[in-house]
Design a binder for this molecule. Structure first.
Ligand SMILES: [Zn+2]
Length: 214
């Protein structure tokens, strides 16, 4: 698991407290016999041998900053995964335990928010963090809203008058284009985030990797 900084002090790094890790087989494995028998095609042993073993897991983490020591709880799925590689002797494979977190409490910060960030933007970014693990799509959408607030702070208008003189909401795309007249490089980054937000709203298959890239 990558190292994350502490959500409370922002200075320390959080480490897993190994003795707090509790793992149990999900029902689909727990209900299998230990070894294959005449009534069952599969067994716990088969699951192990195929590298498909997984555990529903809970654990605690602790901030390593002595003056803080914040405790963070996490739940998720621990999976045995097959790692395949090649070297001068040919192909090899081994198994590695990987943790797929579904939640952290308090929510860990996925990026460092600069100190001078206005509160309206900061609060939207912080709200996106807990969503990241459970629903990358919802997280992408929350980040998109933070872009709207960023444009507010930069004085980019959110409404304009149409040809009939009625006030209409400007779509995010048009607002970023307006922003790009002054800050072209930054506007390209915002378009990338908007794309993530669009997918967050309209599709359910947004991946954790896509949100990280944005
Ligand atoms: Zn801390």
């Amino acid at each position: 698991m990558p190292r994350f900084s502490c959500p409370t002090c922002g200075r320390g790094l959080i480490n897993i407290l190994q003795d707090t890790l509790i793992k149990k087989h999900p029902a689909w494995i727990a209900n299998l016999p230990e070894l294959g028998d005449e009534f069952s095609d599969a067994s716990k042993n088969d699951v192990r041998n195929c590298g498909k073993e997984e555990f529903i897991t809970s654990l605690f983490l602790k901030c390593d900053n002595k003056g803080c020591g914040e405790i963070i709880a996490s739940i998720g799925l621990l999976k045995d995964e097959m790692i395949v590689g090649y070297d001068k002797y040919g192909g090899w494979c081994s198994y590695e335990e990987r943790f797929y977190p579904a939640s952290f409490y308090p929510a860990i910060h996925l990026l460092e928010i600069p100190l001078k960030t206005p509160e309206s933007i900061k609060s939207k970014i912080v709200k996106s963090f807990p969503l990241f693990w459970l629903s990358p799509s919802a997280c992408g959408n929350a980040i998109r809203i933070s872009v709207e607030r960023l444009l507010d702070e930069c004085g980019v208008l959110s409404k304009k008058l149409n040809s009939k003189g009625n006030e209409i909401e400007l779509p995010l795309h048009a607002r970023i284009e307006e922003f790009g007249k002054k800050f072209e490089y930054l506007s390209n980054l915002l378009f990338a985030i908007k794309w993530i937000g669009n997918d967050g709203s309209h599709a359910s298959d947004l991946k954790v990797e896509d949100v990280i890239i944005a």
